[in-house]
Design a protein around this ligand. Structure first.
Ligand code: UDP
Length: 351
């Protein structure tokens, strides 16, 4: 059964088997969570970098979890650690299509489905916009029917190339609606709008996490983002590609900290958006130098053209998050990078 949304063909449902092949299960095996008293959470984008870590955290905390992912940028191997868990199920599904009926009994809906790497999402701008907007719309419509709580994984990109610094949740942003990043930025902004519309008009319980740059193991080695690019380039002895003059800034939050914040936010009583990220700012060149040192690489830095609409400065004001969630990042950049480098070394060795 598909939930009552636009009539469309039913998408295939898949369970992730032990050997990590995707197969079509018998219909009876895709409904193990439709009854019983255990708490059920759904994570869209569950095979992605953040999604897979979130699924692990939820399962560890005794939730039954259904992960939905179309595997366009997520990867089934990210779910390897969950394959053996009877509390976990993977459904291959595109959130722009009507949702599978198996998730109707969920208490918590985490919406993480959206390509997140500029390098990747700019190649599929239509799908990127729709995955944010249609994806959240469907989850909100479901929550309206069932009373589930919805968490939207929003983004620092809602601030665009910010004119205020650091960025507090009250800042309205500086976004180019037709630029190369618009599909992601405006998709995330519209998703927030829909969350508030459903909350105000239809009393749906919403949580909005504005997630700043996050890194850690399972960051895709080819996703083109700065942390993965620099580490892979350093490990391969290739030049580190710094875009522009490298003086643009970002902050980098380790994945465990980000997941902890998402988990706390879902359980907190706050409907307004919260920034989730590290407040410690680094220039891109500083990051390159740290990566070179930690990998003991002899690669050099090579300067390339700055992409259009690349934000010059980005740093969250997390005062509100500290107050509401009693949270702040714990893992410092060098420790987190060491973990990430260890993970990427295994990727290089396996290639
Ligand atoms: N960047 C870079 N070299 C790379 C990849 C990215 O200098 O190989 C820069 C990019 O121009 C941006 C920053 O690093 O200023 C962060 O880029 P990323 O794609 O990781 O994410 P963003 O924060 O821009 O979404």
């Amino acid at each position: 059964m598909l939930l009552a949304l636009p009539s469309c063909r039913q998408t295939d449902r898949f369970r992730l088997p032990r050997e990590c092949r995707v197969v079509t299960p018998a219909a009876s095996t895709v409904l193990p969570f439709s009854s019983g008293g255990q708490r059920l959470a759904v994570v869209t984008g569950g095979a992605g970098f953040l999604g897979s870590h979130l699924c692990e955290r939820l399962v560890a905390d005794d939730w039954r979890v259904i992960a939905l992912d179309n595997l366009s940028t997520g990867c089934a191997t990210n779910l390897d650690r969950l394959r053996a868990s009877p509390r976990f199920e993977f459904v291959r599904h595109d959130v722009t299509q009507p949702l599978p009926g198996t998730i109707g009994g969920a208490h918590r809906l985490f919406n993480l489905a959206c390509p997140a790497s500029p390098h990747k999402y700019q190649r599929i701008p239509v799908q990127t916009t729709l995955s944010s907007v249609v994806g959240i719309w469907q989850l909100l419509a479901l929550a309206e029917q069932t009373g589930a709580r919805v968490l939207q994984a929003s983004s620092s990109e809602v601030y665009g190339d910010p004119l205020e610094h650091p960025q507090a949740e009250t800042y309205r942003g500086h976004v180019n609606p037709i630029g190369p990043r618009a599909c992601y930025d405006e998709g995330k902004r519209c998703a927030e709008t829909l969350c508030f519309a459903y909350h105000l008009e239809r009393s749906v319980a919403i949580r909005i996490a504005r997630i700043f740059n996050t890194y850690g193991p399972r960051l895709s080695s080819d996703d083109g983002r700065v942390v993965s690019n620099f580490i892979m380039q350093a490990l391969r002895g290739e030049p580190l590609t710094v875009y522009g003059d490298g003086r643009q800034t970002r902050t980098f939050c380790y994945v465990d900290d980000t997941i902890d914040a998402l988990y706390r936010l879902m359980n907190a009583e706050i409907e307004g958006p919260l920034n989730i990220g590290s407040p410690i700012e680094y220039t891109v060149v500083e990051l390159a130098e740290i990566v070179l040192r930690l990998t003991a690489s002899r690669s050099r830095i090579e300067y390339r053209a700055l992409p259009a609409d690349d934000p010059q400065r980005r740093c969250p004001d997390i005062a509100r998050t500290r107050r509401h969630l009693d949270w702040q990042p714990k893992v410092n950049l060098e420790d987190g990078l060491r973990e990430t480098i260890g993970y990427m070394r295994t990727q290089v060795a396996a290639a």
